[in-house]
Design a protein around this ligand. Sequence first.
Ligand SMILES: Cc1ncc(COP(=O)(O)O)c(C=O)c1O
Length: 392
Amino acid sequence: MPFAALKTNLSQLKQDGLLRTRRIVMGAQTRKLKVDSHELLSFASNDYLGLANDPRLINATQEALGAYGVGAGASPMVCGHGVMHELAEQSLAKFVEKPRALLFSNGYLANIGVITALANRETAIFADKLNHASLNDAAVLSRAKFQRYPHANMRFLERLLTQSNAKRKLVISDAVFSMDGDIAPIKALLDLCDRYDAWLVLDDAHGFGVLGASGQGAMSFAQVSSPRIIYMATLGKAAGVYGAFVAAEIDVIDFLLQHARSYIYTTATPQCLASAIHASVELICTEQWRRTHIIALTSALRMKLKLERWQISMCAAAIQPIIIGDNKEVVAVSQALFDQGIWAPAIRSPTVEKNTARLRLSLSASHRLEDVDRLAAALNELERLAKRHGGK
Ligand SMILES: Cc1ncc(COP(=O)(O)O)c(C=O)c1O
């Protein structure tokens, strides 16, 4: 029976504490989520700016729903590209200060589209070891020579670039690392790309809306601007909607329109979402208090946490991981928090390296200082208990 092998795999995952499960959330994404009969204070969402349930975005969606209906009908290359898509692309390009932008269905597909369009068997791709899965999958799919350098190790990257005689080179990196929250050495990456004539593909899924003076993201934060940067950011996280965009030079976008298969061979985003994206850009840009509040929450969390056995990494963005190490221990801590009404997701290998299992805490502009106090008190107490049981 072919099912037997699947069952064995599933029970092995369960035994190793690696089985992924889902919970059904009742209602909208807010700081408090309802799951079954539990009300949970959530540190699980990527809705960093607290916009996912904003009435102004709901309104923009509803108005566009009335005018344009639900479905986009076809690929943007057939008849699916509408006025709302065009408006969203223009506002996104202007906001991140790139000549043009292209709206994709989501970040996974944007990375697949860009990298498979730009790279082929004659290309060399250089990628940070901690990059998001979608960048890795895209690199494999492109059939390019795929080389990974140790996390943020610019010397190692330079050695790889020196040794390469590929016709086309692509350096690809998360701008903010999704499970660690640290920021890539963007200036140094660009400098190497300039020296070795490579493209720099920056995935700013977790920096867009959060970093930079007005939330323009990692390029603004690092104060870099270059035609060789191909910038990708997602719109289902800080922007509070769904989708993603790529911003680049006009020729790059024109090239993607011809060659990005995950853009061409898929139905366009519903226009109501494009309308919400357009409205979200305005809120990201004008509501500075959301970013200031995340910074205040981050320092409050650091001040209140008194951890010895577990480690909190230093992060400038909204992601604050607590490294616990062992898969089973992280699941037990996450469950204990859940039992106290706090949702802090456990991230284990293979999403992160072995023995670096962690709680991935995301702070949001919708959190209150008292939420962070509650989280810190619960974590301090759980660590005290773990130390007692673990003998360290
Ligand atoms: C760094 C990074 N890139 C890409 C993605 C994929 O984006 P999306 O959720 O829009 O598919 C994610 C997360 O989902 C991410 O963390």
